[in-house]
Design a protein around this ligand. Structure first.
Ligand SMILES: *Cc1c(COP(=O)(O)O)cnc(C)c1O
Length: 251
């Protein structure tokens, strides 16, 4: 069932050492960025993004103290969740990638939060799926939702236009099965990260006036986490700088 993403052979000591070194380096980067921004280092969480890497790497990071993991492809994530179900009960899985409506039933069963909610139809499907998962005991608490904001005018790249945001935020807040955690964004490649994250911070400020509990700001990746932290990120999603280069890019 878990195929290539099963825990499989125990992870090598060399891989554990590699992950440990990368983790230490990343925590130093986050601490330095927080210091430069006059922020407390524990105001920013590190979310290791383990897509394309085996469950054994997740288990190794778990051994190094990580409890939150980001995944972007439903099938791959579901296999890893199954592979790690035993002995890793306190993992919190975050769905950070584009999500199709026919995958929400599965995701509602294992996700602690979904960072990539960017349409009314997806929201409706998630609401129904989370309610069903709560009813059947497949989940214990509401599904945390982060609305993904588009920072450019291109809707094909995913994300909500800022004028769509408040309506969707209100809908999440009204749902008994969902919890409005905050916002997420991926800056467009051709925009300077500082400019993109400054815009995101403004959008987040406006949201907080209406939804003061929506404090989460999921922003920043391997290459731009310092800029994101300067602009209020509370969660940096880091793949490459922790795991190494992905075997396949994109996704
Ligand atoms: C893959 C991915 C990341 C991690 O990107 P890196 O540049 O490898 O750190 C972050 N966010 C999302 C939405 C992703 O899909």
């Amino acid at each position: 069932m878990s195929g290539e993403f099963a825990v499989g052979a125990p992870v090598s000591a060399a891989r554990i050492a590699e992950l440990s070194t990368a983790l230490t380096g990343l925590r130093e980067r986050i601490t330095a960025a927080c210091a430069a921004a006059g922020r407390s280092p524990d105001s920013v969480a590190l979310l290791p993004v383990t897509k394309y890497f085996p469950a054994s790497d997740v288990a190794a990071l778990y051994g190094l103290g990580c409890r939150d993991f980001g995944e972007s492809r439903e099938q791959e994530a579901t296999a890893k969740v199954a592979a790690l179900a035993l002995g890793h009960k306190d993992i919190r899985w975050h769905m950070i990638g584009r999500l199709q409506r026919n995958k929400v039933k599965s995701v509602a069963g294992w996700a602690y939060s979904v960072h990539s909610v960017d349409s009314d139809r997806l929201l409706t499907a998630l609401d129904t799926a989370a309610a069903a998962a709560l009813d059947t005991g497949r989940r214990a608490g509401p599904l945390r939702v982060l609305l993904q904001v588009s920072l450019d005018a291109d809707p094909t790249r995913g994300g909500l236009a800022s004028e769509e945001l408040s309506g969707l935020a209100d809908r999440v807040a009204e749902s008994a099965s969902l919890q409005l955690a905050g916002l997420m964004a991926v800056p467009p490649i051709d925009v300077e990260p500082d400019r993109a994250f400054a815009e995101l911070a403004e959008i987040h400020d406006r949201l907080l006036r209406v939804h003061p509990a929506a404090t989460e700001l999921s922003a920043g990746m391997s290459s731009d986490l310092e800029a994101a932290i300067r602009h209020g990120s509370t969660c940096v999603r880091v793949g490459t700088a922790l795991m190494g280069a992905r075997p396949i890019t994109s996704g």
